[in-house]
Design a binder for this molecule. Sequence first.
Ligand code: S3P
Length: 431
Amino acid sequence: MSSTITAKSITRAKRLSGSVRMPGDKSISHRYAMLAAIAQGTSKIHSFAESADCQSTLDCLKKLGVRIERQGSDVTIEGVGFDGLKASSEALDAGNSGSTIRMLSGILSGQPFRTVIGGDASLSRRPMKRIIAPLTRMGARIQSSEGGLPPLTIEGGNLVPIRYELPVASAQVKTAVLFAGLYAKGVTEVVEPHPTRDHSEIALRQFGVEIGHEGQAISVRGRSELRAQELTVPGDISSVAFFLVAGLLVPGSDLTFHDIGLNPTRIAILDFLRSISGDISVLSSESRSGELVGSVRVQAGTLGGGEIPVEMVPGLIDELPVLAVLGTQTEDGLTFRGAQELRVKESDRIAAVADNLRRMGTDVEEFPDGMRIAGKQRLHGAEISSYGDHRIAMAFSIAGLVADGVTTIDDSDCVRISFPSFFETLARTAE
Ligand code: S3P
């Protein structure tokens, strides 16, 4: 019998096949939208992410006086120029989106007015001291709820440049400081402990801003004018990750993805899967507006396993939930450490993954900063708790494709945060 896939229940799949289109990259869409808003002139963005998070960014920008039109995945943004944002009479709502609140706070810190920005229950539990510290050093006055939690009240203006050594590898924090640096007189510099995704640097250059990069230090010169652009967002490799894992695990599968972002700071997932014998090939790649884009093919096969090298963990942070699911089907199991950041994502992803793997009958050990998952395990269909977290819902939908019986996902609608068409795409590719 073929797999039955609805937004709520999943059964074992015979195989997955075909050519799959993925939604536009969430990380890149946020950045293009924010920079287009403060650029001079009208930008057009194609293949803008379907993600609810990216819509939150557009809605916040509209409240700051930016005219935005959206027709499906085509977004037109009338840039208001460097000093053109207007104070919002209402609080900005970042929804579930850590990227929106953290990165936009950088721009808000440069504005000579006060803004309140908050979000949903999950966002209201996420740490903001990591942006409050550097933005305050630059001269912004930021109030938060107790413990450095949202909502934030930001009074900006008159920023000074800083050199900031990031205590945690975070592209969102790096971006917040670089975006604030646009509004400071002089050169602002951010030093990363490990390289993180560099979409902000690429996008800033694309919009005409000079960016320095020396070793682990990235710098931006303030008061550089941004010019409007026409850009196409590549497909989201973090969404592809779910299908890569499904393609590797379900026997006989053969899937191809076109127009996928292959930025070197995002492809740790490809490198890691290949290192455990995953049959993945990059069929083509080219540079588009500074971002590498290409086609990828995956075919099912036997997988090794082992320990994810700790230096690879920051580059795999969004993919770890689905890699944990994959670990159960490997020869040697899978272990990862150094991933304490997973505990402060949309949910505590270490606890959520461990709970759901156990529900499916799996042997798993939880560490404060990671987990050990035994290999060659038989998964049983189970009632999965998504914890309202899109990546948990999608990771365990993939688990359902290789489990006995029926897997049900509660609040499966949360996939709209990054991939609203996830279940339709899965149903189309799976037999
Ligand atoms: C993102 C950076 C990462 C990632 C998030 C998106 C970005 O977060 O987990 O999904 O677009 O910069 P951190 O900056 O907290 O590592």
